[in-house]
Design a protein around this ligand. Structure first.
Ligand SMILES: C[S@@+](CC[C@H](N)C(=O)[O-])C[C@H]1O[C@@H](n2cnc3c(N)ncnc32)[C@H](O)[C@@H]1O
Ligand code: SF4
Length: 373
């Protein structure tokens, strides 16, 4: 029996945020989608080859759909989840209701990931969020009262019109609630989004690169001081609360993704489902293949992925683990690259571990690309 991660995609939201290019749509055909999703999941379960050490119900906004539909999915997969497996559901504060939180808890979901993004009302409005900080506070305290101990809060910086002071205020307020995990993402201006057009036309201004970096350093400083250990470029956790599901991605381990547009990595292959909700439903209805494409991952590519994903982690890449995985010495292959990046002040080499320096984190993508050649 293989122990892997399971990602379940719920591609629905109440309203699209102006910056978001995730595969999500205004909610439609919910019940049909859930039936199709269960059909896809069943095909994996009936092979009886997998046990799930983590489950991540993500989106979109999974909490926008009926609670009974989340229950349907959980009923289906429960007996395939390892004891003490981490089971996360992503939520938008506006859709967190007391009875549903209680239901999620009873279903066995043991981790909530709440998207707050920012504290300030005007900032939330500028980026098209549908909730207030007060909605978040009431959802957060209901979750705590219902017994959720492991809670992540998603935040974003470098937002239009956001000042360092505003970011500091958001961080300090969130820290004071003591969630177990905080994700802090620098805004990625995605070309397909309305926010991209607003910034390009000059209607909105985003902080410059120096301010972005200063916000990043401030995050490390404030969260570090409050007992959150940075364990990945954008992720901070109290001791022992690192996200096990995301660690599967960063350690380049195997997972299955189900639902519209989901990606999987299994048996040295990467494959992905059709993106559209209607196409996904109709293909499953007519027993057609929902896999839109796949790639074999050759050893060289696998090595590159392992390197750059591991380097995102604070613990970095472990040379012994690399040898155990590939039967080849890391330094035998990459010594030249490592020496160059080290002398440029981008990499640290400490005994068996290779990590990004502070400057290396700022220029992470440039470092990663050097290992691809
Ligand atoms: C898939 S979203 C789901 C969370 C939930 N739907 C919500 O928004 O409250 C996960 C997180 O990705 C981050 N995110 C989404 N778009 C982003 C972008 N363009 N740049 C940086 N972070 C982004 C946000 O912090 C968001 O909470
Ligand atoms: S950020 Fe979350 S709520 Fe907003 S559109 Fe994206 S998935 Fe939906």
């Amino acid at each position: 029996m293989k122990e892997i991660g399971l990602y379940i995609h719920i591609p629905f939201c109440k309203k699209k945020c102006l910056y978001c290019d995730f595969n999500s749509y205004i909610i439609h055909e919910e019940d049909n989608y859930i039936d199709s999703l269960c059909k896809e999941i069943n095909a994996y379960l009936s092979a009886n080859k997998y046990r799930f050490k983590t489950v991540f119900i993500g989106g979109g906004t999974p909490t926008v759909i009926k609670c009974k539909n989340i229950g349907k999915i959980m009923d289906l997969i429960s007996s395939f989840i390892k004891k003490d497996g981490e089971i996360t559901i992503e939520c938008n504060p506006e859709t967190l209701k007391e009875n549903s939180i209680n239901e999620y808890y009873k279903m066995g979901i043991n981790r909530l990931s709440i998207g707050l993004q920012a504290k300030q009302k005007e900032l939330l409005k500028t980026i098209g969020r549908i909730h207030s900080y007060e909605d978040f506070l009431s959802g957060y305290s209901m979750a705590r009262e219902q017994g959720f101990e492991n809670i992540n809060v998603d935040l974003m910086f470098s937002l239009p019109n956001q000042t360092i002071k505003m970011w500091e205020e958001t961080l300090l307020n969130v820290c004071s609630l003591e969630p177990t995990h905080i994700s802090c993402y620098s805004l990625i201006l995605e070309e397909s989004t309305p926010l991209y057009k607003l910034v390009k036309s000059g209607e909105l201004t985003i902080p410059d690169e120096d301010t972005d970096r200063n916000m990043y350093y401030l995050t490390e400083e404030i969260l570090g001081y409050r007992g959150y250990k940075q364990y990945e470029i954008s992720n901070y956790a109290k001791e022992g609360y690192e996200c096990k599901h995301n660690l599967i991605y960063w350690k380049n381990e195997e997972y299955i993704g189900v639902g519209a547009g989901s990606h999987s990595r299994l048996d040295s292959k990467r494959f992905w489902n059709v993106r559209g909700v209607r196409e996904y439903i109709s293909k499953l209805d007519s027993n057609e293949d929902i896999i839109e494409g796949y790639e074999d991952i050759c050893e060289k590519e696998d090595m590159w992925e392992t390197i750059f994903l591991n380097l995102r982690l604070n613990e970095g890449l472990n040379i012994d683990d690399f040898y155990n995985r590939y039967g080849k010495g890391f330094m035998d292959i990459y010594e030249d690259v490592v020496v160059r990046l080290k002398s440029d002040g981008l990499l640290n080499v400490r005994e068996k571990n290779i990590t990004l320096t502070k400057r290396g984190k700022d220029l992470a993508n440039e470092v990663f690309i050097k290992f691809s050649k």
